[in-house]
Design a protein around this ligand. Sequence first.
Ligand SMILES: NC(=O)c1ccc[n+]([C@@H]2O[C@H](COP(=O)([O-])OP(=O)(O)OC[C@H]3O[C@@H](n4cnc5c(N)ncnc54)[C@H](O)[C@@H]3O)[C@@H](O)[C@H]2O)c1
Ligand SMILES: N[C@@H](CCC=O)C(=O)O
Length: 546
Amino acid sequence: MASAQFASFKVPEIVNEPMRSYAPGSPERKALQEALAQMEKELPFEVPCIVNGKEVRTGKLAKQPMPWDHANHLCTYHEADQATVASAIEGALAAKAEWEALPWNDRAAIFLKAADLVSGKYRYKLMAATILGQGKNTWQAEIDAAAELSDFLRFGVQYVEELYSIQPPKNSSGSWNRVEYRPLEGFVFAVSPFNFTAIGGNLPGAPALVANTIVWKPSPAATYSNYIVYKIFEEAGIPPGVIQFIPGPPAEVVAQVIAHPEFAALHFTGSTFVFKKLWKDIAANLDNYKSYPRIVGETGGKNFHLIHPSAEVKNAVLQTVRGAFEYQGQKCSALSRLYVPSSAWNGFKEQLLTEVAKLKVGPPQDWTNFIGPVIGRPAYDKIIGYIKKAKDAGGEVLIGGSGDDSKGYFVQPTVILTKDPKSVTMVEEIFGPVLTVYVYDDKDYEKTLELIDTSTAYGLTGSIFASDRKALIHASAKLRNAAGNVYYNEKCTGAVVGQQPFGGARASGTNDKAGSISIYYRFVSARSIKENFVGLEDFSYPSNLV
Ligand SMILES: NC(=O)c1ccc[n+]([C@@H]2O[C@H](COP(=O)([O-])OP(=O)(O)OC[C@H]3O[C@@H](n4cnc5c(N)ncnc54)[C@H](O)[C@@H]3O)[C@@H](O)[C@H]2O)c1
Ligand SMILES: N[C@@H](CCC=O)C(=O)O
């Protein structure tokens, strides 16, 4: 039976998923409340591995504790053992031929349907899992699990449509040139972080959209929300084997997968330390691979706000509060070093401390809390340890500085004043609600630009606050390589798919820009095709004639 053929088609118009307000009395607040109550009543859930569309229960159990109530867990999950990992890889390779052969419009339709399931039928369930399991408040869960995830899926279709349409502009007479965007040979390995449910979906989703098959290891601290994402892919029509869901002990699972000869690409988001380790392990295994693996990794940050003397203080203060403390500073983009001119410091400080004092800390499902828990015991200890190190190095805690781990992992929003712009909390990624301030002498503005550029290994995000346009242009030029996402008079977090392609260079990653067309190039292997229409009459050239 002949299948439908489209030489060309138009994908539906893609727009950003509108954010819902969750204001008191709104239908979305009621729906989310119901989803949370239902989930709290039914937990803990049991999560299997999924290989070739079938649930695998290895019996090797691990828990995803809830960070606001660590005595209880959201789910128990079956950790992939060696046999499960091996069958996930073989199954992904076996599923490849049929997935590659599926017409593009059908693949696109599956992802558009997945987006609608995220933003519709499963919106509140996904948000509830992100709130209870990853400790996001409602607004942060809406940004992530509802809006960003559906945006990744929908805009992805638009970007791949654009990519496939990039064709050679010229043809010699009697011939026709085309470029075919093949998926990579082998399978793609997605390793995702805890802090964004959307990134969990995008790491396997983006390479699958361009016809790769994927082995996906989610973060242990985001297992349940990521499992729901997997089930959404399945309901949307992604065939068995195309995405293999294998939670498990990170180091063991990852080592086994990247040792496979058909490992074709790593799609990673997480810490710089782990990414560097994986890159070295892949390099050490290079002779065993069929192809050169593609390595895509978006990693840590040490993001800055630079306040110019001409900045509008109220806006700079409020953007600083959001940038540093939303989601407890657990965004790769979170603000953690602030540079304020001495001429503005007194007023700035007063407003900053007044606003920070208003931030309410507590369980994420309580509507009034701005700050929830940090993700777990290691994170809590690390953050408290950094506050101590900063104090030991002479830093002055202006507000916060303490935590309470008796029920959940709560750290008070903390502002530290330092006289040393290269002190530990000005240069190392903390990944918690800790902001360090360096007050620069106005006459040292140029030196401060140099400091911002050179004092950390990272290059992810940064913001410049100035009302003087010349100052903005100058600082932006000087800090050109200090951030892959730079903002003017706006906080350094909150990139939106389709609006600010996201990622940074230096130690922050390969800067392949999630949420843009460029990420898709990394997961295709182009083939140039030249077709000749006119046969040769003779092998010799005119210049051979005498
Ligand atoms: N640049 C970005 O776009 C971006 C986005 C989100 C998070 N991040 C970064 O991610 C980090 C926070 O996320 P995280 O705590 O989940 O990161 P992480 O590095 O601890 O974990 C990321 C993934 O790697 C796995 N992993 C951990 N240790 C491993 C090991 N030894 N061997 C193999 N795999 C291992 C984890 O299980 C997880 O799946 C921060 O550094 C943050 O800046 C970056
Ligand atoms: N894209 C998000 C950060 C993702 C990393 O954690 C932002 O721009 O705030």
